[in-house]
Design a protein around this ligand. Structure first.
Ligand code: GLU
Length: 485
């Protein structure tokens, strides 16, 4: 069942495992430290099904054929959940690996879903908005008619190359087919707020990275393992990938926690500034120019990959899988890596980095902020009411009563009362965005605490990754057992 651990010195003698093999090898490391009933481990590991579809769309006067996938890894809980990716490199191995990660991710953050993932082999940059809508609607139709998009069975979300726009098309396509489904909007998450989405979903994965880092630094024993101390303030950070996740994570930890983003690696090269980049300005520049080249707030470096190996406290890979691999792992100088992307560190690189004492906050926990807020959106869609709508003003009323009484008591006692700023802050009830952030913060803290407990309690658990997989697997196993399997 379990695979032998590679000896780091022998790693060069074989080819690096595929993405799916990487996930399974990591799972094996956890399984080797657990006692599961015979056959259950295999049941958990395998991908239940993968649907592959080829469909044609008439574009620019001819029919173009596209290939898409939807993999369902585990249905121990339904619906199953996971994004739809638009990228040229999408293939069966990738969607199955990503679907498996979704199962483990949902278990770690206690989002009550099984794992799934979809993908379309396409470079979205080559199509107009109108063409993309046609392609998305057709792909969605293929999945909807097989219940691979459904509020109760399979709920997609954005991923690389897709966003709110695509999710709105998918949701609308579902409602055209299932005209009387009152819960239809819950068939997909990551929709725009005006189309049934939730406030805070766009920033959610980046926000989750921020909450995960804050929680990590709340435990000095943990940061000490990485040779770090204090909090995020003044930490030198390099971010690889500046899409939705990387840019939000960078902006939030720079603006709200005082981290210095000393490097950003993009497709066309990297931009460096040892004093910290102005993240919103860089975002604006990239939106306008499509490349960091020419940005005045930093030095442009053409060979972006080399910057991964630059000295820093925290490295945030936030793009593709496999970017830290056998070739560059030994040169990585970061003390802490937080995996904002799925699978950015290969199995071999993970072995090398662990040997070097680099602490890795693993993907199945670190980037789970997205699916956590997707869970809130799904609940909102099923309950047909915005979070906070019933209680917000009631909360304000009670706060008013308390402040009024405090004013009276302090006046009677000849004392000064609370400051006007405090009053203003305290009086207002929480809106949906604040509630979403609070729910996400609580989720990220609770999950980290459960993972670190395994990491610290057991002498045979050397990494947060193994601990996170052990946590996920034990929860999935419990689900399967209670189902009678
Ligand atoms: N695509 C995101 C992920 O990989 C979000 C999934 C979701 O919200 O269902 O976690």
């Amino acid at each position: 069942m379990t695979s032998p651990q590679p000896n780091p010195t022998q790693l060069d003698s074989r080819t690096e495992p595929s993405f799916q093999e990487t996930v399974n090898l990591m799972v094996d490391q956890a399984l080797a430290r657990m006692e599961l009933s015979p056959g259950l481990a295999e049941k958990i590991k395998v991908c239940n099904s993968t649907y592959m579809v080829r469909f044609g769309v008439r574009l620019r006067g001819k029919i173009e054929t596209f290939t898409g996938y939807r993999a369902v890894h585990s249905e121990h809980l339904e619906p199953v959940k996971g994004g739809i990716r638009y990228a040229l490199l999408v293939d069966q191995d990738e969607v199955e690996a990503l679907a498996a990660l979704m199962s483990y991710k949902c278990a770690v953050v206690e989002a009550p879903f099984g794992g799934s993932k979809g993908g379309l082999c396409i470079d979205p940059n080559n199509y107009t908005e109108n063409e993309l809508e046609q392609i998305t609607r057709r792909f969605a139709y293929e999945l909807i008619k097989r219940d691979l998009i459904s509020p109760s069975q399979n709920v997609p979300a954005p991923d690389m190359g897709t966003g709110e726009r695509e999710m709105a098309w998918i949701s609308d396509q579902y409602s055209r087919i299932h005209t009387t489904d009152i819960n239809g909007r819950a068939c997909v998450t990551g929709k725009p707020v005006h189309a049934g989405g939730i406030n805070g979903r766009v920033e959610a994965t980046g926000r989750g990275i921020q909450f995960a880092l804050r929680e990590f630094f709340r435990h000095p024993e943990d940061s000490a393992k990485a040779g770090l101390s204090g909090d995020l303030s003044g930490k030198k950070v390099i971010v690889q990938g500046f899409g939705n996740v990387g840019s939000n994570a960078a902006r939030l930890i720079a603006e709200e926690d005082g981290a210095h983003i000393i490097g950003v690696i993009e497709r066309h090269g990297a931009i460096m500034n040892p004093d910290g980049l102005d993240v919103p300005k860089l975002q604006e520049y990239l939106r306008e120019h499509g490349t960091p080249k020419g940005f005045e707030g930093g030095k442009f470096v053409k060979d972006g990959a080399k910057i991964l190996e630059q000295d820093c406290d925290i490295l945030i890979p936030a793009a593709l899988e496999g970017v830290i691999n056998r070739k560059n792992a030994k040169n990585i100088k970061a003390k802490l890596i937080i995996e904002a992307a799925n699978g950015p560190v290969t199995f071999d690189a993970d072995t090398i980095l662990n040997q070097k004492g680099v602490v890795i906050i693993p993907d199945l926990y670190a980037n789970a902020g997205g699916v956590t807020v997707s869970y809130f959106e799904w609940v909102k869609n099923l309950s047909h009411i915005r979070f906070g709508r019933m209680e917000r003003r009631q909360e304000e009323l009670r706060h008013h009563m308390l402040i009024k009484e405090l004013d009276r008591l302090t006046a009677e006692g000849g004392m000064t009362s609370v400051s006007p700023e405090f009053k203003e802050e305290y009086l207002k009830g929480a809106d949906e965005l604040e509630m979403v952030r609070s729910g996400l913060d609580d989720t990220m803290r609770t999950a980290y605490q459960a993972i670190r407990q395994i990491w610290h309690d057991r002498d045979d658990v050397p990494s947060l990754r193994i601990a996170a997989y052990m946590l996920a697997i034990s929860r999935i196993a419990t689900s399967y057992i209670s189902k009678g399997l």
